[in-house]
Design a protein around this ligand. Structure first.
Ligand SMILES: [Zn+2]
Ligand SMILES: [Zn+2]
Length: 386
C-alpha cells in the first residue's frame, strides 16, 4: 500500500509546490529533534521529511499521483535525503539552526556535493555612545572560507570528479525483488561516493576535497545608530562557506550594551539625575550638562522644586525602526534632586535664620491641613473617614 504523503504533510493533492514547502517548514519547526526530542516527534519528523522529499520532486510526485510509492513499499522513511533546505533562502535565525541540521544522512538519488553554508552568531559589546552613533567594528572570526587552491571544486589542479562506478552516478544502490505483490525496489545510499554519485580521484591538497578550509578572517561589521541590547544585525553572506564551496550563510552580530555611568536608557529615551544644592534650586542657574552630543546648557528656573523633571527634547538616542530606518530621536529626561545642607556652622546657621526671619517663614506649616491636595494630613484624615 502506498503511503499517504499528502496526508502526512496535511496538504491537498492539488497543493502547489509553494504550499507544500510552507507546510513542511511549519511541521519541521515543530518536530525538529533539537526542539522536540521525544521519540514520537522524531518518527514523525522523519515521515514528514520523507514526504516532503517525495512531493517536492516533480518526478517522484508523479509516481505518487499515479498510485505508486517512489520510496518503495518496504522502505522506511528514515534519513533525510538531499538537504531539504537547500532551496530556501536562509532568512531568519530559525533557518540558521535548520541549515546545519539539514545536510544529514544517506539518501536517495545523488545529493549535491555543494551545500549551503551555516549561519554564525557572535556578540559584540557596545557603549551607549556607540549605540547612539552606530559603529563599524572590525571583528575577527574563525570560519570556513572557500578553498582558494581549487576554488571550491575539491579537485587537485587538472583533475575532475568522475562518475562513481559502484552506483553509476545515481548515488544510490537499488535492489529489485519480485514477489507475489509485484516488483519491490529497495534503495540505499551508495557507500563508495556517500550518495554524491561521483568521486574525486585526486583531491585538492589544501582542503582534502572539502572545497573549503577553516580560516581566521576579519569582517567589518557596520552597526547602525539606535541599536539596543539584544538586537541582531545580519551580515548577509558573511557566515560559513558550505561544503563543496557552497554559498556562504549569514553572520548575525548581537549587541551587548554596556551600562553607562550617567544615563539610564528606556527605549530611545535617556534618564539621568541632577543633584543641585538648595541655594542653586532657589536662585536658578544655567548648568553645563554633558549629553551624548557634548555639553549643553541646562536652564534651571529660580525656585526649582525637588523631583522636578526637565525634558530635553531630541537629546536621546536615534529611534531605530524595524525597517532599519532611523525615525528621529528620543528625549533626555533630567530628574532634579535638591540637596538640603547638613552640618551647618555658626555663620551659616545665622544666615539661614536671618533669611527665614526676612521671609517671615514660620518654623513649620501643616501643608494640606486646610484641605489642599497632596498634604500629608489631609491624606491621613481621608483615610480615617473612609
Ligand atoms: Zn581545495
Ligand atoms: Zn556511488
Amino acid at each position: 500500500m502506498a503511503r499517504d504523503y499528502y496526508g502526512t504533510l496535511g496538504v491537498r493533492q492539488d497543493a502547489t509546490s509553494e504550499e507544500i514547502k510552507r507546510a513542511y517548514r511549519k511541521l519541521a519547526r515543530e518536530l525538529h529533534p533539537d526542539v522536540n526530542p521525544d521519540e514520537a516527534a522524531q518518527t514523525r519528523f522523519r515521515e514528514v521529511t520523507a514526504a516532503y522529499e517525495v512531493l517536492s520532486d516533480p518526478q517522484k510526485r508523479k509516481i505518487v499521483d499515479l498510485g505508486g510509492d517512489p520510496l518503495g513499499a518496504m522502505g522506511g522513511g528514515g534519513g533525510g535525503g538531499r538537504d531539504p533546505f537547500g532551496g530556501f533562502g536562509l532568512g531568519d535565525i530559525m533557518d540558521a539552526f535548520f541549515g546545519a541540521a539539514g545536510a544529514g544522512g544517506g539518501g536517495r538519488g545523488p545529493r549535491s556535493r555543494v551545500q549551503p553554508g551555516s549561519d554564525a552568531l557572535l556578540r559584540i559589546q557596545m557603549t551607549l555612545e556607540e549605540c547612539a552613533t552606530g559603529v563599524t567594528r572590525e571583528i575577527a572570526v574563525e570560519t570556513a572560507i572557500l578553498c582558494d587552491l581549487c576554488r571550491g571544486s575539491g579537485c587537485a589542479a587538472g583533475s575532475v570528479p568522475v562518475t562513481c562506478d559502484t552506483c553509476g552516478g545515481r548515488g544510490e544502490v537499488q535492489s529489485v525483488q519480485r514477489s507475489f505483490l509485484g516488483q519491490v525496489v529497495t534503495a540505499r545510499a551508495c557507500h563508495t561516493c556517500r550518495g554524491l554519485g561521483e568521486v574525486i580521484p585526486d583531491p585538492c591538497r589544501q582542503c582534502q576535497g572539502e572545497g573549503r578550509v577553516r580560516a581566521r578572517r576579519t569582517i567589518a561589521a557596520k552597526i547602525p545608530p539606535g541599536v539596543a541590547d539584544g538586537m541582531r544585525v545580519r551580515l548577509s553572506g558573511q557566515g560559513e562557506v558550505g561544503p563543496g564551496g557552497g554559498p556562504a550563510g549569514d553572520l548575525y552580530v548581537e549587541v551587548e550594551e554596556l551600562p553607562h555611568a550617567t544615563f539610564e536608557r528606556a527605549g530611545a529615551d535617556l534618564h539621568c539625575t541632577l543633584r543641585v544644592p538648595m541655594t542653586t534650586a532657589a536662585l536658578g542657574a544655567v548648568l553645563p550638562l554633558e549629553t551624548l552630543d557634548g555639553p549643553v546648557d541646562l536652564e534651571l528656573e529660580p525656585g526649582t522644586q525637588p523631583d522636578t523633571e526637565l525634558v530635553m527634547s531630541g537629546r536621546g538616542l536615534p529611534r531605530l525602526r524595524s525597517t532599519g530606518r532611523v525615525d528621529g530621536r528620543g528625549d533626555l529626561h533630567v530628574h532634579v534632586e535638591v540637596e538640603i545642607p547638613t552640618r551647618l556652622d555658626a555663620r551659616q546657621t545665622e544666615l539661614l535664620r536671618e533669611l527665614a526671619a526676612v521671609r517671615g517663614e514660620e518654623e513649620h506649616t501643616l501643608a494640606g491641613a486646610n484641605g489642599r491636595a497632596g498634604g500629608l494630613f489631609s491624606r491621613l484624615r481621608s483615610r480615617h473617614t473612609r
